[in-house]
Design a protein around this ligand. Structure first.
Ligand SMILES: [Ca+2]
Ligand SMILES: [Ca+2]
Length: 159
């Protein structure tokens, strides 16, 4: 369970929670969303950050969630303190992003171990005899081929 008031309870390498506010909807308004509690988010009221996350003319205080690739995955405007339903929604999305980021690259059978079974599955994908799963895209070029098999095999052999 994530505690929104304690960023030590989730892995901030895998998901980032950012509150953004400008003008009179700045830090005071953001703090008020969690009733003045010490919040884990970064507050930056600069126009650059505002435009980057929210776009021009956006409402003045919002929460944005970024995944491990710093891609925006969630954005919501709140008018006041978050209620339990809104907090639960945020917690669920944070946990989903952490789970997503926790999948081991190349672990094709999802048993949390890299071994020859994963290589076999990846070979079949490279040969076109198994459905493509981009968790086997070891070189992150958007496809599965023999290069990915070689990289995975080398990782396993070097263990
Ligand atoms: Ca495996
Ligand atoms: Ca690849």
């Amino acid at each position: 369970m994530c505690d929104l008031n304690n960023n030590n309870t989730w892995d901030t390498d895998k998901v980032s929670l950012i509150g953004v506010g400008i003008g009179s909807g700045g830090s005071g308004a953001l703090d008020a969303m969690l009733n003045g509690a010490s919040v884990p988010w970064v507050l930056d009221p600069s126009e650059n950050v505002w435009d980057e996350f929210l776009g021009p003319n956006a409402p003045r205080r919002q929460i944005v969630l970024l995944d491990q690739n710093l891609e925006k995955r969630f954005q919501q405007q709140y008018s006041g303190a978050l209620n339990n339903t809104q907090i639960n929604e945020l917690v669920n999305i944070i946990e989903q992003l952490i789970d997503e980021a926790s999948i081991l690259l190349g672990d094709m059978n999802a048993d949390s171990i890299l071994n020859v079974l994963d290589v076999i599955i990846l070979v079949n994908m490279a040969l076109g005899t198994a459905e493509i799963d981009l968790n086997g895209d070891m070189n992150n070029d958007g496809g599965i081929n023999i290069l990915d098999v070689v990289i995975l095999a080398n990782i396993i052999l070097s263990d």
